[in-house]
Design a protein around this ligand. Sequence first.
Ligand SMILES: [Zn+2]
Length: 166
Amino acid sequence: MTEPDRPLPEPITPESRPYWEGLKKHRLMLPNCSRCGPFFYPRLYCPKCHRPASGWVQASGRGRLHSFQIAYQSFSSAFKIKPPYVLAMIELDEGPRLMSNLIGIAADPKAIQCDMPVEIVYEHIVGDVVLPLFKPAPAKRSSRGAKANSKAKPKAKVKTAAGRRR
Ligand SMILES: [Zn+2]
C-alpha cells in the first residue's frame, strides 16, 4: 500500500458516508435541502434554514474558481504534496463552495485566474479513498451552461466613464 500524501478522512461519519461512497463511483454527491437546494459540507441540517437534509443530489462536477492560494511550503508534516501547489475554493455550478486543490495547471499566479471554469478530477489517493480535485475546463458555450450561469449571483461590474456614449 502506497503511503498517502495527505491525511485521509477518518472516521467517515454516517452523515458524510454517501459523499465518500459517491466519490468512489465518480459521482459528486451533495446533501440537499428541499427548500434551499444543495449545500456543502455534508451535515444533518441545512445551513440556511436548519431543516433536516431531504436527501442527496448528484452535482455536475463543474464550477468556477472562486478563490485560490499558492502554497510554497507545507503547513503540516502530514501533507507531503510537493509544493508549490494550489489551494482552491471552488464554486460549483449548483451553488455550494468547496475547498480543494487545482491541478493540471502551473502553480503560477499569472496562469491562474479567479472565475476560470473548472471541472472535477476523481483522484484515487490510496486504497478506495477518492478525493475531488479540480482542473481547468474549457469555457462553456452551450445553452445549458448559460442557464447554469444565470442562476449564479450577479457579479459586480465596473463600468468606466469612457465607455459611456451620449
Ligand atoms: Zn434549507
